[in-house]
Design a protein around this ligand. Structure first.
Ligand code: NG1
Ligand code: ZN
Length: 551
């Protein structure tokens, strides 16, 4: 029939690479861009099927985030704006690895049957596609469009160059029936930021211009710098200087960006002695990660890192503070508002951060690495805050939470307009609009951090001193087959190969406050090693000695 013929004809144009085994990892497929054409074409098909299955808009993003510029990748966003449902990952793997067009088409037809997806063009659906600034992106995006167009009834809507979180946000809001253009995105962020800024306890007027606190942002030579320039225009007066914006000579993610800054803990290119003591922030290549840092001294290239764990702590303190103010006052209203609040971390979270959060009385839970796991866990709370140490994270508010906050705010307007509790409700509502609830977002995260620092009248130093990070070290070991290592218990224990965990344990036992784990990366052909100990030297030694066990 027509559908089968179209699929056969189109897939012949995108033959799979020889000898490459692809797997849908922590962030979709990622490889050297030169082998990805057929994969991206096939993920286009998958996204189209998902759109038919759900009857909603699906997102398809071409990016390899913090990877080197010659890599690229593709991932799918589900109707909520979150990651593709995990049940479809095996199908994604099967599709990507099918060796002939016949096999591919057979797989698609069988899968569609199993999922009750009609392939007769009787329904229509849309896939939103976008890419980051990688030079390979244009051709790959074209392949994705061919994939989407290979399923009758589904059309691709090309949104051009966007950050990953912008695309997820657009999928999220458009599926709610709201306007989701780039202008709408910038408007939502800037208006909610203004609202937060104006509701601070120190001054009631819009005084952005007076807040001459200087901020310098490293755009990783990627899409984030460009988009921040656009956002800045709508925040007339906010003092942000953008470096590594991608317009100059610098190479994407090379010696710059959030991944480099967080893992190497040294000053990114374009920064140096002129920045001592100033508040600096760094995005990754597709602007879904954010870390802050300072340059402590002119004589060294080391930085003081303020990572995702500290951003999480700042957000948690702020939310908790607003909830406490509200709890004291909701008695005056008819509305009983007691949302559950939970914090989600991974094994990479610095041990000192976990201790700090627990000491605040917060509920802290752990999941394996990968936003899909953290996001899912955070969604179990009325307010769930999740962050990876590398700076990827966000705050989720349940529908219940938002549906109560809104009337509560109006009731407080009547009984105590301008009061502390009225303002607290206003702030929480502003946070629900500012923070990107589809996925971690460096732009919206940056604005929330800035608003909270201003609210508390804190310098980056005060924020950084909330607690002292335990010294840590991350290493990666290149391996032929990373699947040789399998883990359990939120990736903190090795179950395969046998005996390896015991060997790691005996290394850990040699170091006071030692903690160490290894896991296969989901985005690179490496085994990652993380170690923590009471001194930097001990953390380095522990990481090195454990790395030798897998080398
Ligand atoms: P892998 O390569 O699976 O460790 C990395 C990050 C994840 C996540 C993904 C997606 C570390 C240690 N790992 O995954 O947290 O952000 O990339 O980008 O930072
Ligand atoms: Zn990223």
């Amino acid at each position: 029939d027509n559908q089968r013929d179209l699929l056969l004809k189109e897939s012949d144009r995108f033959p799979p690479p020889q000898g490459v085994r692809l797997s849908y990892g922590t962030a979709g497929f990622r490889e050297d861009a030169s082998v990805l054409l057929s994969t991206v074409y096939r993920v286009g098909i998958l996204a189209a099927l998902r759109a038919l299955k759900t009857g909603k808009r699906i997102g398809l993003m071409i990016t390899a985030s913090h990877n080197k510029v010659s890599d690229n990748g593709v991932k799918v966003a589900d109707p909520s704006g979150g990651m593709l449902t995990q049940d479809w990952e095996p199908f994604a793997n099967a599709l990507a690895n099918a060796s002939s067009s016949q096999d591919l088409v057979q797989l698609i037809i069988e899968f569609a049957e199993k999922e009750n997806i009609l392939l007769n063009g009787s329904k229509s659906a849309q896939v939103l596609v976008a890419r980051d600034t990688r030079p390979s992106g244009e051709l790959l995006l074209d392949a994705a469009k061919h994939g989407i167009g290979s399923i009758i009834g589904v059309v691709a809507h090309d949104l051009g160059i966007l950050t990953t979180p912008q695309l997820h946000w657009m999928v999220h809001v458009r599926n709610k029936g709201l306007n989701g253009s780039e202008r709408d995105y910038f408007h939502e962020l800037s208006s909610s930021f203004r609202c937060l800024f104006n509701s601070n306890p120190n001054n009631s007027e819009w005084k952005l211009k007076d807040w001459d606190n200087q901020l310098v942002v490293d755009g990783a030579n990627g899409v984030g710098g460009q988009k921040l320039e656009m956002l800045k225009e709508m925040l007339n007066g906010l003092a942000i200087e953008i470096r590594n914006s991608g317009k100059g000579e610098g190479v994407l993610n090379e010696g710059v960006g959030a991944d480099f800054v967080q893992k190497e803990k040294i000053v990114p290119l374009g920064f140096g002695s002129q920045d001592v003591g100033i508040r600096c922030a760094s995005f990754d290549g597709d602007a879904d990660r954010l870390v802050y840092f300072t340059v402590p001294s002119e004589s060294s290239n080391r930085i003081n890192l303020v990572d995702g764990d500290k951003i999480l702590s700042l957000f948690a303190i702020f939310i908790e503070e607003q909830l406490t103010i509200l709890a004291a006052r909701t008695k005056a209203t008819k509305i009983d508002f007691r949302p559950t609040l939970g914090v989600v971390q991974t094994a990479y979270a610095n041990g000192a951060s976990t201790q700090y959060l627990k000491a605040l009385g917060l509920e802290v839970v752990f999941t394996p690495t990968g936003v899909k796991y953290l996001h899912e866990k955070a969604a179990e709370y009325d307010i769930g805050i999740y962050f990876e140490a590398n700076g990827h994270g966000t705050i989720l508010f349940s529908d219940y939470c938002i549906s109560v906050l809104q009337p509560l705010y109006w009731e407080l307007s009547d009984v105590s307009s301008g009061s502390k509790s009225h303002k607290a409700a206003l702030r929480l509502l502003a946070v629900t609009r500012l923070i990107n609830q589809a996925v971690g977002d460096a732009l919206s995260g940056l604005l929330l951090v800035e608003a909270i620092l201003q609210h508390k009248n804190w310098s980056i130093q005060t924020w950084s001193e909330l607690y002292q990070d335990l010294p840590s070290r991350q290493l990666k070991v290149k391996v032929v087959d990373r699947t040789m290592v399998e883990t359990t218990n939120a990736e903190t224990e090795v179950v395969k190969p046998p005996g390896l965990q015991e060997a790691i344990n005996s290394k850990i036992a040699k170091y006071p406050k030692g903690r160490c784990f290894i896991r296969p990366s989901g985005t690179e052909d490496v085994i990652r090693v993380y170690a923590e100990a009471s001194t930097q030297e001990a953390a380095d030694d522990l990481a090195t000695s454990v790395a030798k066990l897998v080398d």
